[in-house]
Design a protein around this ligand. Structure first.
Ligand SMILES: Cc1cc2nc3c(=O)[nH]c(=O)nc-3n(C[C@H](O)[C@H](O)[C@H](O)COP(=O)(O)O)c2cc1C
Length: 213
């Protein structure tokens, strides 16, 4: 019997698929993943439909005091519990699929807040004398990204802080580059005449990755 995976699908774009390339990749991946891995458990998390309070001082205090074993106010505990709920869900997944756009050279604020919840010393990484060390092992990640301009070549390379940012955060957690695969659709806004072809290739890549993921 094959091992049944627990797969977390994260959507970091609130637009419908008809208006979003990354959501189109998400739906293509999900459909193909389900048909090729019918035994797996799939959880979908739409970050634009969640209540994701900013990582503010109260939440920070709640998490800090929890780690230090200090008493917390009701509000500090409530906010820490929100962050920890998302962290526990992330840690429980064997595989993680995330669809997100490049906006203003980076990721949407909802996704940024979510990553703040996950980034906790003692849980996803620890400090050592040699620097931070990741604590998350044995996970596979698929990144599905869309960006209207070109960032794989030329001056855009140094500006791209969407896929690079997410990769760096996951590397920091200990998820190595060999466990992260990405489908990136780019340049469809820069080249409207080629947009349909560019998006079609991305959908094929997402479908192919889903089957072997
Ligand atoms: C708020 C916003 C900011 C954007 N910023 C950039 C940008 O900095 N560079 C770029 O090439 N495209 C930018 N775009 C275009 C998106 O990258 C493009 O629409 C891409 O397809 C987004 O993914 P989506 O189709 O899944 O929404 C931006 C779009 C929006 C809505």
């Amino acid at each position: 019997m094959s091992y049944m995976s627990n797969v977390l699908f994260i959507k970091a774009n609130g637009l419908p698929a008809e208006r979003s390339v990354s959501v189109t990749l998400y739906e293509t991946f999900l459909k193909n993943y389900k048909s090729s891995h019918p035994e797996d458990t799939i959880t979908e998390l739409n970050l634009f439909e969640e209540n994701l309070p900013y990582y503010d001082v109260t939440m920070m205090n709640g998490l800090f005091k929890e780690a230090a074993g200090e008493p917390r106010t009701e509000e500090e505990q409530k906010l820490a519990d929100i962050a920890n709920g998302y962290l526990d869900q992330f840690l429980a997944a064997d595989k993680i699929v995330i669809a997100f756009p490049l906006w203003n050279l980076t990721i949407p604020a909802q996704f940024s807040t979510y990553l703040f919840y996950l980034n906790q010393a003692g849980k996803t990484f620890k400090y050592t004398e040699q620097g931070p060390v990741g604590l998350v092992t044995g996970k596979k990640v698929a990144l599905l990204n869309a960006r209207g301009g070109i960032y794989s070549d030329g001056p855009g390379v140094a500006l791209e802080m969407s896929v690079n940012y997410v990769r760096n955060i996951f590397n920091h957690f200990g998820i190595t580059s060999s466990d992260i695969q990405a489908v990136v659709v780019e340049g469809h806004n820069a080249n409207p005449a080629k947009a349909q072809d560019i998006i079609s290739v991305g959908k094929e890549e997402a479908a192919a990755l889903a089957e072997k993921f």
